[in-house]
Design a protein around this ligand. Structure first.
Ligand code: 3HC
Length: 707
């Protein structure tokens, strides 16, 4: 670190010190998100020392360049030995600074970045800044004093809300909470900081460090912690870090600051050592990794999507139209009858109004979004769309007819996408004269909520169209994953095999409730059969019927699930499916009628039911998925294990703390899974247990799958 007088000669460090008048300015410049890696930490320590030694400065300013303040510790360093100064050491040095330090927050001030700011004497946020402690999402707790300082600023209850949710707050809310001292509407971080420095100089006082303030925690009711623990035990029994967070915040209000810090450290280490941390961090990077499609050169040009179209105003089409409107993209919604269109628009309006009722949207926003959705009965109104998503009935003949029509009315260069979940995208593209502009955009229901978007690349889909679709996914807040063409693509293809196995387990003697209990015990939010009820039994039934009619050799034989569909028991929407539902409730209740149906089905097949253990249910349901995933990799339908992980994480509720299907499989042991698959092939049979050659090969070689 140069002396202040030479501070223009910037060394090769991501942190610089310079003086503006009598204010020493510490600037962090470490793109893309100013993460607090080792270089930044040591640079900050040196810059702080230089600032404190600088006789010409009365106070210090901490600012960042680029799009954001520090977004936290450098996650890539986790799991490796931490080189000094560690983040807690650095934060302690700022806390003990003998000159006032002002932090100016813009962009995202998250995790360790916010913790460093909390150790400064004054915090100023620029309008638009987002402040939060998202460590819980990575299986951690704030480990650089966040659990001890935040309660001292905002009170223990609010601190628990913020740290347990991991959700950031905006600058205005941060001001109202007392998390920041001022919000600046204009100017750069440096300008805002210099203004704040001027104000502080005029006040002629040094604010007390947060660590020395106890007024907001003095009267904390101990019942707060009992209540939060009870709530967590009910809501998040699987997760380690939320429980540790409550312990740490409790320490903030019951122990002196230094002891609270020591407690936080110990609890942080517990979380750091937990496999959940590894899983959640894998999930964090997986979400970002899938955006980089192998073989698609970085910088591939994309087409502008200024206007979209959706064909089909049913549940899926309406939801897709809302995704566009939510991102500010005008969308034309087409259906064939006025009645269907009116129904679709009414459903959309109800959904937005429900969000407004919950305070998630203002009425003005409801109006703005509705105004972006233009209903029509005329295909001609799709002529200006840059991209049209078809969400019509799941039948090849219907889809091909729609695409033929779209090809005729849409402008050259418009991208035509199908939301089909099973059909051959290439056959659909063949109905047009522009197969290079056709692809699949497989949204998941409910489309506005589920983050997954399978971007299905047809044999002739161009790079530009694929790159445009991937960029669009990000723009509408989805996790886009590029996949190839096959029946069910990646997600549903794996789900189908799990479904086969779940049915086989019930046939053998397990109950649907047992299968679901084991899967929710593993961490899925819903069991297989509860999910079937939610999706609608009729949906799978129609697909199975179509496969049987088409003579698919792997089509499922008719079973008790088909009988349910024939009886109109479609699941939640009809109040009965595999389970029964009380009016207005989504809670699945066991149904004696179903037990009788299953018993009749077994006896028709001559099967004497046996006791099936929970371990067998777990292994068969999960290993069958891993086996299918390996086949998908083998065939190149998914390019990398991480793509399959992201698909199951964001589309099917695979527990994020387990990292993803294949990340979990590696930890379970590929050798163990491969041996079991071969045993099940022998003992149970069926296409689902035909072993993947890739799985066997990787297991035998002791190397990770896909490498
Ligand atoms: N460490 C290392 N790399 C990070 C990072 C971090 N904390 N945060 C983001 N990155 C990387 C991303 O992996 C991505 O890399 P890539 O371009 O090679 O894929 C790049 O920065 C840009 O990130 P995004 O694509 O996510 O950019 P966005 O603009 O969409 O989002 C963000 C920016 C809101 C800052 C988002 O990246 C984010 O939420 N980051 C994580 C923040 C976080 O969890 N902080 C807490 C860390 S744990 C901690 O601080 C422990 C402490 O308490 C001791």
């Amino acid at each position: 670190m140069p002396s202040p007088a030479q501070s223009e000669a910037v060394p090769a460090t991501p942190v610089h010190y310079a003086r503006r008048g009598r204010v020493g300015v510490i600037t962090v410049d470490n793109p893309p998100v100013n993460a607090l890696g080792h270089g930044v930490r040591s640079g900050l320590a040196a810059a702080l020392a230089a600032g404190l030694d600088d006789a010409e400065s009365d106070m210090l300013l901490l600012v960042c360049t680029g799009r954001t303040f520090m977004a936290g510790a450098d996650i890539r360093e986790f799991g490796k030995p931490s080189a000094p100064p560690t983040l807690p050491e650095l934060v302690a040095r700022f806390d003990a600074a003998t000159k006032p330090v002002i932090a100016v927050l813009h962009g995202s001030a998250l995790g360790g970045g916010l913790e460093l700011a909390l150790a400064c004497h004054v915090r100023v946020a620029l309008t638009g800044a987002r402040l939060g402690l998202p460590e819980v999402k990575l299986g951690l707790l704030p480990g650089a004093g966040g659990t001890q300082r935040l309660p001292r600023l905002v009170g223990a209850a609010k601190a628990l809300d913020l740290i347990l949710s991991g959700e950031p707050v905006g600058a205005e809310e941060a001001l109202a909470l007392g998390l920041v001292d001022a919000v600046e509407e204009r100017g750069s971080p440096l300008e805002a900081g210099l203004c704040a420095a001027g104000r502080l100089a005029a006040e002629k006082r040094t604010p007390l460090p947060v660590s020395a303030r106890n007024d907001r925690i003095a009267e904390t009711d101990p019942a707060l912690f009992i209540e939060r623990r009870a709530e967590l035990a009910r809501r998040l029994p699987h997760l380690v870090s939320p429980h540790r967070i409550v312990d740490a915040v409790e320490a903030a209000v019951t122990l002196p600051f230094a002891d609270g810090m020591a407690r936080e450290r110990a609890l942080f280490r517990d979380c750091m050592d937990s496999p959940q941390r590894a899983g959640l961090i894998h999930a964090f990077f997986a979400e970002r990794e899938v955006a980089k499609v192998p073989g698609l050169p970085a910088g591939t040009p994309t087409r502008d999507i200024r206007e979209a179209g959706v064909v089909g105003a049913g549940t899926m089409g309406g939801g897709i139209a809302m995704c566009f409107a939510n991102a500010g993209i005008p969308v034309t919604l087409l259906d064939l009858s006025q009645e269907a269109l009116d129904r679709g628009i009414a459903t959309i309006r109800r959904s937005y109004e429900a969000s407004a009722g919950k305070g998630r949207l203002t009425l003005a926003q409801v109006g703005e979004r509705m105004a972006l959705i233009r209903p029509t009965l005329s295909h001609g109104d799709l002529a200006g769309a840059d991209l049209v998503v078809e969400a019509a009935f799941e039948s090849m003949a219907v889809k091909q007819a729609v695409f033929r029509k779209l090809d005729g009315v849409c402008k050259p260069g418009a991208i035509l996408a199908t939301n089909s979940s099973t059909l051959d995208v290439d056959a659909i593209a063949a109905a047009t004269g522009r197969p290079q502009d056709v692809l699949g955009l497989h949204f998941f229901s409910p489309a506005t909520i589920m983050r997954l978007l399978e971007v299905v690349r047809g044999a002739q889909t161009s790079d530009i169209v694929l790159a445009t679709a991937m960029a669009l996914a990000r723009r509408i807040g989805k996790v886009g994953v590029a996949v190839g063409v096959c029946d069910g693509f990646v997600g549903n293809r794996i789900l189908r095999q799990r479904g086969r196995e779940a049915m086989a387990l019930v046939e053998a003697g397990a109950s649907p409730e047992q299968v679901d209990r084991v899967l929710t015990g593993f961490g899925f939010p819903l069991g297989h059969f509860a999910m079937t009820d939610l999706a609608g039994i009729d949906v799978g039934w129609r697909i199975r019927e179509e496969r049987r009619t088409a003579g698919d050799p792997e089509a499922e034989a008719p079973d008790w699930l088909d009988v349910l569909a024939e009886r109109g028991r479609y699941g939640q929407k009809t109040g009965a499916g595999v389970y029964r539902y009380e009016p207005g409730s989504r809670k699945p209740l066991p149904d004696p009628e179903l037990a009788a149906l299953i018993a009749a089905d077994r006896s028709r097949r001559g099967i004497a039911p046996r006791l099936v253990g929970d371990d067998e249910v777990r292994d068969r349901c999960l290993y069958v998925m891993v086996n299918e995933a390996a086949k998908i990799l083998e065939e190149g339908i998914a390019a990398r294990p991480v793509d399959i992980d992201a698909i199951w994480l964001h589309g099917y509720g695979f527990p994020s703390w387990r990292g993803g299907l294949l990340f979990w499989a590696e930890r379970e042991g590929l050798g163990r899974i491969a041996t079991a698959v071969q045993r099940y092939q022998r003992d149970i049979g069926g296409p689902q247990w035909c072993p993947s050659a890739l799985l066997l090969k990787c297991a035998a070689a002791g190397r990770p799958i896909g490498c």
